[in-house]
Design a protein around this ligand. Structure first.
Ligand code: ADP
Ligand code: MG
Length: 562
């Protein structure tokens, strides 16, 4: 067991490592943020475990992160006394990439460094970012609660292999030693490190400690003294007016493991029947696994500032799964579990309030900052479209956030709201018309649109997979019903003039024989054949019965082999 063992990286880890080193060199300093963020997570995990077993503290409950450097040896060391890792943990977490969808993610890489570094940011850089500045990384770690003889030493030079070895380690937690590359020696410097910590990790609730720089004549003889570099208070517990935008942004990167700035956030303290603080963020880009069923989602849950769990899904509905952030409750018990969360009626109340908060944040952005909202829509629009089906109460509110392609612009870009549609409705129009097809061009060129185009009636052009599902649940918006123009006998109500109706009757009479013949030929393949005034250019079109499944839904089911 104790022997040194050499292992190969999983292929994907190898690729990711290579990519990391080559695409992030222009933003080297972020490695420190990632390692401090991991140390902070490790402290959170230990605190949580210690709630039920405080022997895990091993008489050392002052959790902290310590950073030291050695200019001569060109090393930088980041130490924590958090949860630590076992040999298996090390192999699993530092030798493989356990995330689902990694292979898929790698396939999307283009070779263009700029684009790839963005993608990798969305994927989460994490521990491997150490290799941006180091050509050799050593990890010394021991899991809280295990014998001192069960420490682990992991070492890697950022290439195909790493070694693991069981060692004696007196103190619990993890120490990471970076052997700096020649071009990264600048990081073995106290002032540089302080400024990076201030910039990226000030919000970390754990103290980040360094030795004071010795100064003056007798610098040599001074006793080294510790100082805490960061503010070391949980960011969300501070008052809004004391927190800068940059601090909010850095905190977002810590909780979301995202690399880019968020678009917006909302920070609130709720007091009264329920007492909690929430800090919710809208990301700028979709994560690579937004549509992966097993992807992590939800908020980070704290109870009275103690970390309880990641990915608490109970606080927001599925269609808001892209929202990141923290909720800190003063009412929940410290030993709350996922099962308890599912049953607790207070959670339902919090979920409604948080949902409302997010929807308000989105509405506000749509109104005041349409450019940002367009980004939200392009990243998360398809997910928001799940809203009306999932969340009956907020159906209308979600509907007001939807954006569509319509015959008004005739462009594929989904940028028109239902309110804009209502404003442009024709005199006497009492329905919102839409057509659904498998792609935008088919929708746009649908023969079903001909009569409406002639009368200048706007039609929503739907072509996303979820659209028909969405329409099945939306039904109406501000008392106007939705009408699929490809379904049943299209009744344009008051929009049809007397003349139209007369012409329709006449042509029906005129073509009676033709209709009969066509019916005979098509026999059992259609329900009915009738003359229509809906077409102006095309001779004929197929329509689906009023109560039948929509054409798009039918295709989806056919594809699924139904
Ligand atoms: P992430 O933080 O997104 O999970 P990382 O690549 O940053 O991904 O870290 C991978 C995993 O390695 C962590 O999830 C954790 O299990 C483990 N790990 C990294 N650093 C530490 C640490 N200082 N203490 C304990 N575990 C750690
Ligand atoms: Mg991390």
């Amino acid at each position: 067991e104790a022997q040194k063992e050499t292992r190969g990286f999983q292929t994907e880890a190898k690729q990711l490592l290579h990519l990391m080193i080559h695409s992030l060199y222009s933003n080297k300093e972020i490695f420190l943020r990632e390692l401090v963020s991991n140390a902070s997570d490790a402290a959170d995990k230990l605190r949580f475990k210690a709630l039920t077993d405080d022997s895990l503290y091993e008489d050392d409950s002052e959790l902290a992160i310590r950073i030291t450097f050695d200019k001569d040896a060109k090393t930088l060391t980041i130490s924590d006394n958090g949860i630590g890792m076992t040999r298996e943990d090390v192999i699993e977490h530092l030798g493989t990439i356990a995330k689902s969808g990694t292979a898929q993610f790698l396939e999307n890489l283009s070779g263009d460094e700029k684009k790839d570094s963005q993608l990798i940011g969305q994927f989460g850089v994490g521990f491997y970012s150490a290799f941006i500045v180091a050509d050799r990384v050593e990890v010394f770690t021991r899991r809280a609660g295990v014998a001192t003889g069960e420490g682990v030493h992991w070492e890697c030079t950022g290439e195909a292999e790493f070694t693991v070895e069981t060692i004696e380690k007196a103190s619990r937690g993890t120490t990471i030693v970076l052997h700096l590359k020649p071009e990264a020696e600048e990081f073995a410097d106290g002032w540089r490190l302080r400024s990076i910590i201030k910039k990226y990790s000030d919000h970390i609730s754990l103290p980040v400690i360094m030795q004071k720089e010795a100064m003056g004549e007798d610098a040599e003889n001074q006793e080294p003294e510790d100082e805490t570099i960061n503010s070391a208070t949980a960011l969300w517990t501070r008052s809004r007016s004391d927190i800068s935008d940059d601090e909010y942004k850095e905190f977002y990167k810590h909780v979301s493991h995202d690399f880019e700035d968020p678009l917006s956030w909302s920070h609130n303290r709720v007091e009264g029947k329920l007492d909690y603080t929430s800090l919710l963020y809208i990301p700028a880009k979709a994560p690579y696994d937004l549509y992966n069923r097993d992807a992590s989602r939800g908020l980070k849950l704290y109870v009275q500032r103690t970390f309880i769990m990641d990915d608490a899904e109970q606080f927001l509905p599925m269609y808001l799964r892209f929202i990141k952030g923290v909720v800190d409750s003063n009412d929940l018990s410290l030993n709350v579990s996922r099962e308890i969360l599912q049953k607790d009626p207070n959670i339902d109340a919090m979920r409604s309030a948080l949902t409302k908060r997010v929807l308000d944040m989105l509405s506000k952005m749509a109104k005041n900052n349409p450019e940002d909202y367009a980004k939200v829509w392009s990243a998360f629009g398809e997910v928001l479209k799940e809203g009306p089906a999932e969340d009956f109460t907020n159906r209308e509110k979600v509907a007001s956030l939807l954006r569509f392609a319509t015959t008004h612009t005739d462009k594929a870009n989904q940028d028109q709201s239902l309110d804009q549609y209502l404003e442009r409705m024709q005199e006497g129009q009492d329905k919102i018309y839409y057509v659904a097809a498998e792609n935008f061009n088919t929708a746009k060129n649908s023969p079903h649109l001909e009569a409406l185009r002639k009368k200048n009636i706007e039609v929503l052009l739907l072509s996303d997979r979820v659209d028909e599902w969405l329409m099945g649940h939306l039904m109406e918006y501000k008392d106007k019903k939705f009408q699929d123009v490809g379904k049943g006998q299209l009744d344009l109500g008051e929009l049809d003039t007397e003349e139209d109706k007369k012409a329709q009757e006449e042509s029906a009479k005129q073509h009676e024989d033709l209709v009969k013949r066509v019916k005979e030929v098509l026999e059992s393949r259609v329900d009915d054949v009738r003359v229509t005034n809906r077409l102006t250019g095309s001779p004929a079109c197929l329509v689906v019965g009023e109560h039948d499944m929509g054409a798009q839904m039918r295709r989806i089911l056919e594809q699924a082999g139904q």
